[in-house]
Design a protein around this ligand. Structure first.
Ligand code: NDP
Length: 246
């Protein structure tokens, strides 16, 4: 689709992949709606997009709260009259070995990485059904394909997102023209590793950071490509990794 004047909600838009995606899509004339918890960061990004001629909307919210998502959707409709796409990007990765029983961190990952995606879908679906069309893009991960040290719970959440995306696609695309895509990146240079509290894992991550990782813009490009396809084309998955990553 042509992105001009398309209303696109992006969760986790305050940094990393979400920020890069918002900037990329806005450059093509998309009406981007920036959702995350850190208002100051969102406002800085809004200003940067406005400088380039865009007209973004900031709506702060926590993806684990269904009512926050409903608010984002109602604000989007109030300002832009529609919701054309949702990019479920918000996520956390506090890696740790299971035997450490960091159960609070497990809960957080389940709440943000999985339930956050469910909440987003529940919030936009009535409007997309009414419009007989739309696009939902879920940011899964290479972690949906394979385990890495300390990633048992994180990998499980990302595998859940990948499989949920496939179920959504089969249910929604033929019946309502709502396309669904799962994006599965390998290592990307962002703030994602900041949430790791387990010292053993931090060492592993340092080693990983020595390789040339993907940039957030590389994922934004994949999302952009997916959105530009005609509605008859459903890109199911994009699995992209750094050339140096094994
Ligand atoms: P960042 O840490 O830069 O971004 C994470 C974003 O999620 C932030 O904008 C944060 O905003 C938001 N977020 C976290 N919790 C919530 C919440 N409860 N409600 C709303 N927003 C929330 O990392 P990335 O850009 O790397 O991560 C984006 C996605 O990409 C994640 O789903 C991640 O799992 C996935 N991914 C990342 C990879 C990588 O190597 N970096 C590889 C594969 C997938 P705020 O704190 O302001 O709420």
């Amino acid at each position: 689709m042509d992105l001009k004047d398309k209303a696109i909600i992006i969760t986790g838009a305050s940094s990393g992949i979400g920020e890069a995606t918002a900037k990329k899509l806005a450059k093509d004339g998309a009406l981007v709606v920036l959702m995350a918890r850190r208002e100051e960061k969102l406002n800085d990004i809004k200003q940067a997009i406005e400088k380039e001629g865009g007209t973004p909307l900031v709506v702060t919210g926590d993806v684990t709260k269904k009512k926050d998502f409903d608010h984002v959707v109602s604000q989007t409709i109030e300002n832009y009259g529609k919701v054309d796409a949702l990019i479920n990007n918000a996520g956390l990765m506090p890696l740790s070995f299971v035997e450490k029983l960091k159960t609070e961190e497990w809960d957080k990952m389940v709440d943000v990485n999985i339930k956050g995606v469910f909440n987003g879908v529940a919030a936009v679906l009535p409007k997309m059904k009414e419009n007989k069309g739309g696009h939902i893009i879920n940011i899964s991960s290479m972690a949906a394909h394979r385990y890495f040290p300390g990633g048992a719970v994180y990998c499980a959440t990302k595998a859940a997102v990948k499989m949920f995306s496939e179920g959504l696609r089969q249910e929604l695309a033929p019946k309502y023209g709502i396309n669904v895509t799962s994006i599965e990146p390998g290592a990307v240079a962002t703030e994602l590793t900041d949430t790791i509290t387990d010292e053993d894992i931090k060492e592993n991550i340092k080693k990983m950071q020595e390789m040339t990782t993907l940039e957030a813009e590389d994922i934004a490009n994949a999302i952009h490509y997916t959105l530009l396809q005609p509605s008859r084309v459903n890109i199911n998955d994009i699995y992209l990794v750094p050339s140096e990553q094994q």
